[in-house]
Design a protein around this ligand. Structure first.
Ligand code: NAD
Length: 505
């Protein structure tokens, strides 16, 4: 047994899991650590029958859970948040081992789970409907929000636990039950998280099947996609995946919430505070080794400050500590696998063929272990070419210049994805234009803040090929409920809307 494997077994044990018996009874698959490529554990996928059984159990649990008062449902999520807090370090360490996040970012991801549980507990007393004035005397008009059903969650590798919690914490207070298909690259953190939910459910007396996990590759995901038992499918991953999943769920009139690829840009204007801009951009571009949906991939900089911005970014990229994510000084950990590195190399070659100049990084870094470690790349481009308009899930920041603000907006909005955007400026007019209806066409748009690191209080998600879904805060909870509009007649007479007369007597 390797050191990482032994550590993984100890961590799993802290969640009551036996590393020798993980998952279902289907095909075995190995979970590799991107830190050194070694095997952390072997997991068994769930068979189609097991997935069906899980969905049936979840549907039965829903029948009970939907009638549990929402503030009582909130107690489950409150306890879940507490348990996650009690296991914060262990869960974060598992995130680091399984997907290679540096300690601070892994802890941040688990903190995000705790934060969204807090938000959901508050929501459990605030699932407000509206009352509307009726046009008819002696009538009352109201809308109420009811639980929706079983929510299927399909998640990507790069936020192996937070994405589930954004969905699950909110769905559970809304009265739904949840079946989660995590990334096949990150089943261990999923098992650990759902073990905490199972414990919370047992402690507060909630049905045991309110939250279940099914493991496996896309075939298991497809079972959730096609199941009429899944009322809402919340799918996070590549635009390719969303393109397949969206129409399939729509064809059975199911609901879908898509959180797909991003290709995020920042505009740096002549009046920008360059210290602020450069520091924010380095985190946004290089954090999580460029493997966030909100990663900064395009810099659109005014030509008068382009050289200064590029010099500073190049120096920062060249000095970023790349290495083992468990080392305290590391800021850039490994890519998830060698295929990601190959995609990065191919994108860089295409950029260079387009006339791009690599100002810093792009090379493999030898950290003395297996794993795919790279230095984040900064590439100055002559224009915004096709490679810039694709999401390459690796740390590459392309730079193009602009002279006129409208040109900057046009370059910004030329991407087919629409997740997150930022502008660095001290000119309020420019800031307001960036946020206006004809400004950045993304779901998230920031001023003097980079593209990544959103708070859970806002609704998270993006437009265009990012899929249009919204999760987490604000009124995103409505996606997890069904709206019922009620008209109550207390007049004792028949009065039809729009003044229609229809009386047979
Ligand atoms: P991926 O699309 O390869 O896989 C995501 C999940 O979808 C996995 O669980 C996978 O098994 C499943 N899946 C794949 N094809 C499927 C199909 N046809 N039917 C059902 N399930 C299917 O993505 P990934 O490589 O794990 O993650 C990286 C991608 O996710 C990037 O594009 C990134 O931008 C995106 N992402 C988006 C957000 C967001 O909130 N917008 C958040 C995180 C990641």
């Amino acid at each position: 047994m390797t050191t990482l494997q032994a550590r993984t077994s100890d961590l799993l044990a802290a969640f009551g899991l036996d590393a020798a018996a993980l998952g279902g009874t289907g095909d075995a698959f190995a979970v590799h650590s991107p830190i050194d490529g070694s095997v952390l554990a072997t997991v068994h996928a769930h068979t189609p029958d097991e997935v069906d059984g899980t969905l049936a159990a979840s549907r039965s649990a829903f029948a009970e859970w939907r009638l549990t008062p929402a503030p009582v449902r909130g107690r489950l999520v409150k306890r879940l948040g507490e348990l996650i807090g009690e296991h914060k370090e262990q869960l974060a360490e598992l995130v680091t081992l399984e997907v290679g996040k540096i300690g601070s970012e892994a802890l941040g991801e688990v903190q995000e789970m705790i934060d969204v549980c807090d938000l959901a507990v508050g929501l459990s007393r605030q699932l407000f409907g509206r009352t509307m004035p009726s046009e008819r005397a002696g009538h009352r008009l109201q809308e109420v929000w009811h639980p929706l059903g079983v929510v299927g969650v399909i998640s990507a590798f790069n936020f192996p636990v937070a994405v589930w919690s954004w969905n699950a914490a909110v769905a559970l207070v809304c009265g739904d039950t949840v079946v989660w298909k995590p990334s096949e690259l990150a089943p261990l953190t999923a098992l650990a998280s759902t073990a905490l939910l199972a414990r919370a459910a047992a402690e507060v007396g909630a049905p045991a099947d309110v939250g279940r996990v099914v493991l496996g590759d896309r075939a298991v995901g497809e079972a959730l996609v096609d199941s009429p038992d899944v009322a809402l499918l919340s799918a996070t991953g590549s635009t390719r995946m969303g393109r397949e999943v969206g129409p399939r769920v729509a064809s059975r009139f199911g609901r879908v919430l898509l959180e797909l690829g991003g290709n995020n840009a920042v505009v740096v204007t002549p009046s920008a505070d360059l210290d602020l801009a450069v520091n924010s951009m380095v985190f946004a571009a290089a954090g999580t080794a460029g493997q966030r949906c909100t990663t900064l991939r395009r810099l659109i900089v005014h030509s008068s400050v382009a050289d200064a911005a590029c010099d500073r970014l190049a120096r920062a990229f060249a000095s970023l500590p790349v290495g083992d994510p468990r080392d305290a000084g590391t800021l850039v950990g490994p890519l998830i696998h060698e295929r990601a590195h190959e995609a990065m190399r191919a994108a860089l070659a295409e950029a260079v063929a387009d006339g791009g100049q690599v100002l810093a990084g792009g090379e493999r870094v030898d950290v003395g272990a297996g794993g795919s470690y790279v230095r984040p790349a900064l590439v100055r481009m002559p224009s915004q070419t096709a490679v810039m308009l694709r999401e390459t899930f690796a740390p590459i920041l392309y730079v193009v210049t602009y002279d006129d603000f409208d040109e900057a907006l046009a370059l910004h909005n030329a991407a087919s994805q629409g997740l997150s955007a930022g502008i660095f400026t001290r000119d309020q007019g420019e800031a307001e234009r960036f946020l206006a209806a004809d400004g950045a066409d993304t779901g998230i748009a920031n001023v003097n803040v980079g593209t990544s690191g959103a708070e859970i209080g806002g609704a998270f998600g993006g437009e265009k090929e990012t899929g249009g879904g919204r999760e987490s805060g604000s009124d995103a909870w409505r996606a997890y409920m069904r709206r019922s509009t009620n008209t109550i007649n207390y007049s004792g007479t028949v009065a039809l809307a729009q003044g229609v007369q229809f009386s047979a007597e």
